[in-house]
Design a protein around this ligand. Sequence first.
Ligand SMILES: C[S@@+](CC[C@H](N)C(=O)[O-])C[C@H]1O[C@@H](n2cnc3c(N)ncnc32)[C@H](O)[C@@H]1O
Length: 208
Amino acid sequence: MRVLVACEYSGRVRDAFACRGHTAVSCDLRPTESPHGWHVQGDVLRLLDRQWDLMIAHPYCTFNTLSGVQWLSHPEDSKLPFEQRRRHPRYPNRLDDFEEGIRFFKAFQEANVKRSAIENSQPHGLAMSRLGKYTQKVQPWMFGCPESKAACLWLKNLPLLVPSHTEDDYEKIHQSCWRMGPGPDREKERSRTHAVVAAAFAEQWGCL
Ligand SMILES: C[S@@+](CC[C@H](N)C(=O)[O-])C[C@H]1O[C@@H](n2cnc3c(N)ncnc32)[C@H](O)[C@@H]1O
């Protein structure tokens, strides 16, 4: 299977497919952290029209996430319909950045690939009104690791991932990302796909 892993610098999903015998290529503006795999450093939009059997994309979600929705518009306008709200006084460009992010995400939704999964953190309502609701939300604890880090998936011609575990299998589930302190690399450090989720993609979708 020829697999494109778009917007991945960690190499986790790419390597999970490659070690199961697939031809897997990751692409990101950043260099890969796992240099033994096949990585293209550059704009992934230039690779979308190659003949991929499966694409897994992790577009940046800075302006789509529920946790950042308060920065999208003026704090005094939160009760107004979105189109009537003023721009945020501290982040006047945020709405333009949001629109650019939507265009980027839609490029993956519209790519001519038979099967695809697009992954983002929990989106806010405005983002879902533009992108549609995600198909499935997965967590590392669903695949054997006692951690929570929600990943929302928009699936095309792919079955839902089947969890191997339930919350009842653990005494405690850790929210590892929330414990991460501030710093220049915080966003990068928080954005790596969890290894057990990457393995579930490859195990369950690599055999289709
Ligand atoms: C949320 S992170 C995803 C990280 C991924 N889950 C991983 O494990 O490596 C989004 C990534 O999109 C990349 N990116 C943004 N625009 C891009 C573009 N036009 N082409 C390729 N990668 C891009 C960023 O560099 C960033 O690493």
